[in-house]
Ligand binder design. Structure first.
Ligand code: HEC
Length: 140
């Protein structure tokens, strides 16, 4: 029963990207989020996630800005996405998300911010901003 209000909330909030961008999507093709945690996440995303999630079809990674690829994943909730990105995850088609995108130097919070940035740019603006807001409160 908790799902319905969230879906309504998402449907009426403006997505950061209204539609999927064509071709490979590098960080410089995307707008800058105003919230600091998301902006930082965008930097990490560029360095450690873009190679696959910019639209590398060979890897099977869900492409940033693809609402179709991301909606069912965002529905799982941010905690599941964070867990899969931090620990690594193999999907039903045996495509593999490496733990921390293969960059062991990233902290849990770095990975969370990169996930939130990707969600923000892929139809999940409201959930990403809610997370970014709590990240600011934790820093205070
Ligand atoms: C080597 C390629 C590669 C890199 C680099 C990579 N990913 Fe992924 N990622 C994947 C693939 C492939 C999947 C899809 C797995 C599946 O569902 O089959 C995926 C899926 C995901 C998912 C969705 C998990 C779910 O439960 O649906 C998240 C979140 C994610 N990646 C975050 C990140 C972040 C954050 C980074 C950078 C720190 C990153 N990825 C770097 C390949 C990569």
């Amino acid at each position: 029963m908790r799902r319905l209000p969230l879906i309504v909330f998402l449907a009426f909030s403006t997505p950061a990207m209204a539609q999927e961008l064509k071709g490979f999507v590098s960080r410089d093709r995307l707008p800058d989020p105003s919230m600091p945690a998301l902006l930082a996440g965008g930097e990490t995303w560029k360095d450690s996630c873009q190679n696959c999630h910019g639209g590398n079809k060979l890897t099977g990674a869900p492409k940033i800005t693809s609402l179709k690829a991301w909606a069912p994943r965002i529905d799982q909730g941010m905690d599941v996405l964070f867990d899969h990105a931090i620990k690594g995850f193999t999907g039903p088609k045996y495509t593999k998300m490496p733990a921390r995108g293969g960059n062991a130097d990233l902290s849990d919070e770095d990975v969370r911010a990169a996930v939130a940035f990707m969600v923000w740019a892929s139809g999940g603006k409201a959930v990403a901003e809610t997370w970014a807001q709590s990240a600011i409160q934790k820093m205070e």
